[in-house]
Design a protein around this ligand. Sequence first.
Ligand code: PCA
Length: 324
Amino acid sequence: MKLVLIAALCAAGVSHVSALHAQTTWTVATGYRAESFHTENIAQFGRDVQAATQGELKLELAPNGSLFKLGDILQAVQDGKVQAGETIMTSLAKDIPIAGADAVPFVVGSYQQALRLWQLQRPGMEQAFAQRGLKILFSVPWPPQGLYSTRPVKTTADFKHMKMRTYNQTTVRIAEMLGAVPVDVAMVDVGKAVNEGRLDAMITSAVTGVENKVWGPIKYYYELNAWFPKNIVFVNAKNFDALAPAARAVVLQAAAAAEARGWAASQSAAVGATKELQANGIKVERLSSELDIDIKRMGDRFSREWVRSVGKSASSIFVSYYFN
Ligand code: PCA
């Protein structure tokens, strides 16, 4: 008798709670640290969504590759193993060729140009994501990519046999063209790899160098301004479609705000980071004119290879980018 009563009370309690506060939680998996400006921006997005839906939709972050490694996040969200995620767009280039557009060297030289490229890239990306049952929420760039080195580099010959860190197809190809040895290291492991002498050079942003405290072994940073790779935040479309229409609208509105806020955060992080590298003893320099010419030539070669391998969708993005 007593047990029946308790069971009845519990059942009533549960249905009462779910009727009043139907609550959904999305976990957002990312391969970057909680302190990264990208992750902080996603956390703010989550707070905005939670506040605007009055707790109906809650976002929980799984940073640092704790749930899935960066390279596995797209598939995990696609397979419904986690509701939402963030990855770096260029890592998808093998499956979604136009995702590689933002890591073609020396096309984009400013945040304004990076935004223009994103606007041209977005429709194709949305289509490719939709085909995988995914919905894009927003995309935010890393600051411009520069070159780090443990020793001064003046000509391409200086790179021979250097261990060069890679994180996407562009960095692998550049290392190959330079005769360096490509070494794939996750962003969160860069500091350790540098300190253990596993890396002599790398192309990434000033922000990433600061976050990994690469000073000590790394002595030089050359401001290449080579490209502005973007991270992309997305959700499984089934989870998005399961929301009430008002909550869907809230998510899209908060995503648009997160995109704008993220671009501004990237820009201000970029300014502070180069100064911090300098303050920690890294020499911030320009490339020698010889190396500059050779690296630009490699960039051109990479662009040609990329457009040729991707085909029409790549050339149409670049034709619009350059001529419209
Ligand atoms: N940081 C990330 C991607 C680009 C960047 O600036 C990394 O180094 O992996």
